[in-house]
Design a binder for this molecule. Structure first.
Ligand SMILES: [Zn+2]
Length: 526
């Protein structure tokens, strides 16, 4: 007797092999049989005739570290067919907390604290215990952030660690890995990760490597300095032996366009020599981050409070104005204020969706004054969407066999701000736009990049394939109707085409609707 039988769907097993029409039988959260199940009964039978059946999608680059606690039904992800998210990316995780970084983390978690009253953990293992206890609709894999580890020992200033500091960071990292983290991430354009040097990263990556974890890096520069930044990541990989993941591979700003192919060639080269290097990407030509990330390091050093002081000071603001006029945004080597749109602003909801240029005209001030005003009044937490990539580079990244699909988004409530549409549409968009419409990828290959590729990278040995003995994370979708509907102007729209979603053997989506079930698990590295 089965719990669930999915009948007569086209099975795409996640290996990249072409589809075959078969039934899938699930019992006790596990795929028991893939084959002919006619004559067998189940508590729930899904008629998948005409539909495609694949392993649930794994989002290898996600930022729901704390928002999963406030939106545990993860509606904007399960409606994309996602059954597992990997959080703790870009150098940031909300643990471990020490006296050195309490203020920094409480600041970053302001929204979360507003909803739940306070951060109910300190150590990394306490954070994982909370994630484990939480009833949630999808599985969660956690990385520990290098920036968080650094801040836990050194605070958020521009300082170099002594050997003793480095040992303390290694100790906290080992604790996180012991507790079940799958690796470490870095965010080398953010405070405080930007103040680290290559040696610090190598020393920490050695610890990750010892545990067999991954090192996922938001590299130091994704624009004019892209290749140098990739080479630094490769150095860390070579010197530590760690499994390297280049996060959200892209070429930001017209001077860097065309470079993605070079990055991918480099990765290929080292994979050819036996290294475990890979990358992930999302299928959009715009990126999204904090407005503060566009400013030079000297403005941001020491954290938000110090940055706000500098932005309030007419002299340092003038210095910034001169800097941006001469050099542009540090990463991009120029500044295109009409390509940068406000996605989040607590103090000025009227500017959401508008460009820095448009807001400057509204307020009748220059763009740098606009940026300063927003950051000061939002207390540093203004969000932006930046139209910065070329479609050719996006196609190169998304279609490359070593690049998994990662959304770089997070679970969220319908209707808050004007976020990047990737939060709602990443996975269906790859299938709709790059498989069905432009055919730069075939369907089994696209599915492989969403399933077995990230599962193997992470060492999730019982997920990512539709095969007996594997955990029953299964998506059933309509190839002809699957699509992203979220746009830059109107992002809070769920994707369509995901007809059924099974997480650990239980239906989270039935006939396109969330069932309310919360069978998701915290997965720990073993
Ligand atoms: Zn990032």
């Amino acid at each position: 007797m089965y719990d669930v039988i999915i009948r007569k769907g086209f099975i795409i097993d996640g290996t990249g092999a072409p589809p075959l029409k078969k039934d899938v039988g699930v019992a006790d959260g596990v795929i028991v049989k893939v084959g002919d199940l006619s004559g067998e009964g189940a508590e729930e039978v899904v008629d998948a005739d005409g539909l495609f059946v694949a392993p649930g999608f794994i989002d290898i680059h996600n930022h729901s570290d704390s928002s999963i606690f406030t939106v545990p039904t993860a509606d904007n992800y399960v409606t994309q067919g996602v059954t597992t998210i990997v959080v703790g990316n870009c150098g940031y995780s909300p643990a471990p907390i020490t006296d050195n970084n309490r203020e920094f983390l409480e600041y970053s978690e302001r929204e979360f604290i507003k909803e739940v009253g306070g951060i109910p953990w300190r150590s990394f293992s306490e954070y994982l215990d909370r994630l484990e206890l939480l009833e949630k609709s999808l599985n969660v894999v956690v990385l520990v952030g290098h920036g968080t580890l650094r801040s836990a020992v050194l605070g958020v200033g521009e300082v170099k660690p002594s050997e003793k500091h480095l040992d303390e960071m290694k100790g906290l990292l080992a604790e996180a890995m012991d507790a079940g983290a799958f690796g470490m991430s870095s965010g080398l354009i953010y405070v405080p990760g930007m103040f680290s040097d290559t040696r610090e990263l190598i020393e920490l990556a050695k610890v990750v490597s010892r545990y067999g974890g991954i090192y996922a890096t938001h590299i130091r520069n994704e624009g004019v300095g892209l290749l140098d930044a990739v080479i630094e990541a490769i150095q860390v990989g070579l010197a530590s032996g760690v499994s390297l993941e280049l996060s959200h591979v892209k070429a930001a700003g017209p001077p860097a366009w065309g470079s993605v192919a070079k990055v991918l060639n480099l990765i290929e080269e080292y994979v050819g020599r036996g290294y475990d290097f890979s990358a992930d990407a999302y299928p959009y030509t715009a990126s999204s981050t904090g407005l503060d990330a566009l400013l030079p390091a000297w403005v941001r050093e020491g954290g938000a409070e110090k940055m706000i002081e500098r932005l309030r000071n007419p002299d340092s603001l003038n210095e910034l104005r001169g800097f941006l006029a001469r050099y542009g945004i540090p990463e991009e080597g120029h500044a295109d204020w009409d390509k940068i749109r406000i996605s989040y602003s607590e103090s000025h909801p009227e500017v959401l969706g508008k460009s820095i240029d448009e807001v400057s005209r509204m307020w009748d001030i220059d763009p740098v004054s606009t940026i300063a005003r927003l950051l000061v009044e939002d207390k540093g937490l203004t969000g932006v969407v930046i139209h910065t990539m070329s479609e050719n580079d996006v196609i190169k990244a998304v279609s490359h066999p070593l690049v998994a699909i990662g959304s770089d988004g997070s679970v969220m409530k319908l209707g808050e701000g004007v976020p990047h549409p990737r939060n709602y549409g990443t996975f269906p968009r790859v299938i709709a736009k790059y498989v069905r419409e432009s055919k730069v990828l075939n369907l089994p290959e696209a599915i492989r990049k969403m399933t077995s590729l990230p599962a193997r990278k992470l060492g999730l040995h019982d997920r990512g394939l539709l095969r007996p003995g594997f955990k029953a994370d299964i998506v059933v979708f309509n190839y002809y109707t699957i699509r992203d509907r979220a746009t830059y102007e109107n992002p809070h729209v769920y994707s369509t085409g995901i007809e059924y979603l099974v997480v650990n053997g239980r239906l989270v989506i039935r006939e396109g609707k969330h069932t309310g079930a919360k069978p998701g698990k915290l997965l720990r590295r073993t």
